[in-house]
Unconditional design. Structure first.
Length: 492
């Protein structure tokens, strides 16, 4: 296939050269109706390229097959059999994958470290989750992907499960043994879905963790906007094998997808594919070299420790690690990741990604260079120099693994859509949760609808919120009150 072409981008150029005149949405008509103050910020080129996907770059009947050609090129670039573009992020893509594998009241094995978008899929579809526990590091207070042995045990107990879903890499950059889990699924004749939202770059360099399709997954969901050059909401999902029908996956995506997809997002996905086919190895080589230097430089800053393979990868922990996710342990400087991230933004205009009670994270990509990394390092050195200005890390009551896993007592859908009441958190202990309570980032629910609230998890959320933890999907972000099911089931 000719990867020097970019069908969506090429069609945009042709549309503009032909002086096409739209009497269609969007109503700004290529920027002519946009407020000049908005155009001054966003630029005329953005509005000029914002158009309908049909009766725009392609005609009314999509006879040119522009999107299909772009998707076929993407599939060829990464070695998948089929690829679909999504302009609604991987939150849509992973739901489409789940609905292609399991239906209402059918079982799906799901790693309990799943993103909230997976929980949303369970709620919408009425799928019955069989939770597979992550591998918990009690010293670092960190969850890594579930082991193949845990999936094997779940299949033994639930042989009627329709498939499995694992998140890899996690937002902490740790990876599952996808090949082993895929083999296990295929022994049972069911597909494996991999939520690889953080792995868009993985196919393009052998030193990176093996990406899901190469490891034997059936469906893989990737957020190109996270680690690639896509615009926000740009996602792709890939399919191989015959355990999930391509028409079924397409129909589930159509059920959830917008009928007004953004050509801008399609074009960025298309262009990123061409960029990576032509220059991906070189770009990833540079990013990996830079990450090694940055990790070493941070390790030299007194009080800071960069988590590496020795910390995250071992028996009972993760199978592999993406080195571009640079996690910095702050235990040696005694302040929290929440306060550190706020200080870096306030004093150095450096925005870090994940922060928790003891860590901060700098996500590196092929877009970083010496200028950006030196600014990061200067900020971190200054952070440590001003450590006495930050308050000591507050006491966040992180429960042990057994307490951190509330028991699922009813379907997520039933609890979410049933009658609810909002009550003080102390009174919610022993009640069935009716909402997602998700520290964000990374967006992994601590409690989800249908789980039984216990004292340990309520204390964790309350103390975390007091320390600066964000819980944006809760009706009450302070976790002072919690939505619970009015008709609690018999927990015994």
């Amino acid at each position: 296939m000719d990867h020097s072409t970019a069908p969506v981008l090429d069609a945009l150029v042709a549309y503009q050269a032909q002086d096409q005149l739209p009497f269609t949405p969007p109503g700004h008509k290529q920027g002519r109706g946009a407020d000049p103050r908005v155009r001054a910020v966003l630029g005329d080129a953005l509005f000029d390229a914002d158009m309908l996907a049909v009766s725009g770059p392609d005609d009314r009947t999509t006879s040119q097959g522009i999107l299909k050609r772009a998707e076929a090129l993407m599939a060829d670039a990464v070695g998948a059999e089929h690829t679909f573009f999504s302009t609604c992020g991987s939150s849509l893509s992973v739901k489409a994958a789940m609905l292609s594998v399991a239906g209402p009241h059918e079982k799906l094995l799901v790693g309990r470290d799943a993103h909230k978008s997976v929980i949303s899929g369970l709620i919408l579809a009425g799928i019955r989750p069989v939770w597979v526990d992550p591998q918990w590091d009690p010293d670092l207070h960190l969850a890594h992907p579930p082991s193949p042995e845990s999936f094997r045990a779940a299949f033994a107990e639930h042989p009627d499960a329709r498939g499995a879903l694992v998140t890899s890499p996690t937002p902490y950059g740790t990876c599952a043994d996808i090949a082993a889990v895929a083999t296990l699924c295929h022994e049972h004749g069911v597909p494996l879905i991999v939520d690889e939202a953080w792995g868009a770059h993985l196919p393009f360099h052998p030193e990176l963790p093996t990406w899901a399709m190469d490891a034997g997954a059936d469906v893989c969901v990737t957020s190109v906007h996270k680690m690639g050059s896509g615009l926000e909401q740009g996602s792709v999902f890939h399919l191989q094998g015959d355990l999930v029908e391509v028409d079924t996956l397409a129909s589930r995506a159509d059920l959830l997808d917008t009928t007004s997809p953004s050509v801008l997002i399609y074009a960025a996905l298309d262009g990123w594919r061409r960029q990576m086919v032509e220059h991906g190895h070189e770009l990833m080589e540079g990013a990996l070299d830079r990450a090694r230097r940055v990790r070493a430089a941070i390790e030299d800053i007194e009080g800071l420790h960069v988590n590496d393979r020795d910390d995250f990868c071992a028996p009972g922990r993760a199978f592999d690690l993406d080195p571009l996710q640079v996690f910095i342990d702050l235990s040696g400087v005694k302040f929290s990741g929440y306060d550190a991230a706020d200080w870096m933004r306030r004093h150095h205009r450096v925005n870090l990604h994940t922060s928790d009670h003891r860590r901060i994270n700098a996500q590196l990509t092929h877009a970083d260079d010496e200028t950006t990394t030196e600014r990061l390092l200067d900020g971190l050195r200054d952070l440590v120099a001003h450590a006495d200005e930050l308050p000591p890390a507050p006491d966040i009551r992180v429960p042990d693994p057994a307490s951190l896993r509330p028991r699922q007592v009813t379907l997520p859908r039933d609890a979410f859509f049933g009658a609810v009441e909002q009550i003080p958190a102390d009174r919610a202990v022993g009640r069935v949760c009716a909402e997602m309570l998700t520290p964000y980032p990374p967006g992994i629910p601590a409690v989800l609808p249908g789980e039984l609230l216990d004292r340990a998890v309520v204390d964790y959320l309350r103390s975390g919120a007091d320390a600066g933890m964000l819980i944006p999907d809760a009706a009450d972000g302070s976790a002072a009150t919690i939505r619970v099911s009015v008709h609690d089931v018999d927990a015994d």
